[in-house]
Design a protein around this ligand. Structure first.
Ligand code: HIS
Length: 321
């Protein structure tokens, strides 16, 4: 007798039936073709690796998102990748280190222990592109254009590009030497954009600059206000200047895209190091594509250098059209 329960899939895991599967596959091909036409070379890292290699330098968020198990062969811990970007950084620093500039793209399955939101998936089809070896904003712009094109190929309507910069938060932490558990609590509060919880930290730190930070979100005018509030700090002024360059280049390219600035966006703080980009579409609370700078992550594998990229989940993109 067939037991119906045997057919149930775990929460956050789905089967893709013919109508959807063909759409997904066509989108995968068209995004990869577009990335190839922009000079990105396709690579295929493995789905599982030794946990140490998978998580080196990537921070605790990714650690808790990674499925781990004991390898019967080597008796070492293996993990299933929750994000392909760190694997690409390792490939860049290990195998392709003689290239001045290296542009790589990928598409493959990642698993996450927790879905990003209620009813979300734990098995994603991650697609993305990364540029190594370019430390000015030209690489960020190139990645932003590639990300926006992936969205346009998905026929996503009403896209907003949200820009942030991890350096701004980091500079404010440095001013008061905030780190460890306190930093984690602060980051959690900022992620939730909760002013009452921020007030509750006022005995441990001067919360005033972080209150200002929370208010620095909205149209690109936010950048002028940020200069007024934080321009005295050189590290902060440098980060703002990078954001300004990207915004003015987007305007110069006559990009029709709506640009939003969010300086309090501290998600992914542990591995991103500079400019951050996220794409939103109306009706969805979380970003449908995201990326940013993660300079130096490859140093733990032998060569740390300038790096930036974007990723998106194809299963999410295909539903946007
Ligand atoms: N892999 C990151 C995005 C990214 C790609 N490159 C740099 N950042 C993510 O999924 O959030």
């Amino acid at each position: 007798m067939v037991n119906d329960a045997n057919w149930l899939l775990p929460e956050g895991v789905e089967e893709i039936l013919p109508d959807e599967a063909i759409k997904l596959e066509m989108l995968r091909r068209s995004v990869l073709d577009d990335l190839a036409s922009r000079g990105f070379n396709l690579v295929m890292p493995p789905v599982m690796e030794f946990v140490d290699a998978l998580l080196t330098g990537t921070g605790e968020e990714l650690d808790t998102q990674t499925y781990k198990f004991m390898d019967q062969h080597t008796h070492r811990m293996l993990g299933i990748r929750a994000d392909i970007t760190p694997q690409i950084a390792r490939i860049d620093s290990h195998y392709l280190a003689d290239l001045d500039v290296n542009k790589l793209c990928y598409a493959g399955t990642v698993l996450r222990t927790q879905p990003a939101h209620m009813g979300g998936q734990r098995e994603l089809l991650q697609i993305g592109a990364e540029i190594f070896g370019v430390d000015d904003e030209s690489a960020d712009l190139e990645i932003i254009q590639a990300m926006l094109q992936a969205l346009s190929l998905s026929r996503a309507a009403d896209v907003t590009l949200s820009l942030g910069h991890v350096g701004i938060y980091r500079a404010l932490l440095n001013e008061q030497s905030v780190d460890g558990l306190l930093e984690q609590r602060l980051r959690d509060v900022l992620l939730r954009k909760s002013t009452p919880d921020l007030d509750a930290l006022s005995e441990q730190i001067d919360i005033a600059p972080f209150k200002v930070l929370l208010s620095l979100q909205g149209s690109t005018d936010v950048l002028a206000n940020a200069h007024k509030a934080f321009g005295h700090n050189q590290e902060l002024a440098d980060s703002l200047a990078q954001l300004e360059t990207v915004v003015s280049e987007l305007k110069a390219n006559k990009s029709a895209i709506k640009v939003h600035i969010d300086l309090a966006d501290v998600a992914g703080y542990r591995y991103h190091t500079g400019l951050k980009y996220e794409a939103f579409v109306s009706g969805r609370g979380s970003a449908v594509a995201q990326g940013g700078r993660y300079d130096r992550i490859g140093r733990l594998f032998g060569r740390g250098r300038a790096a930036t990229g974007f990723s998106a989940d194809l299963k999410t993109l295909v539903k946007l059209g």
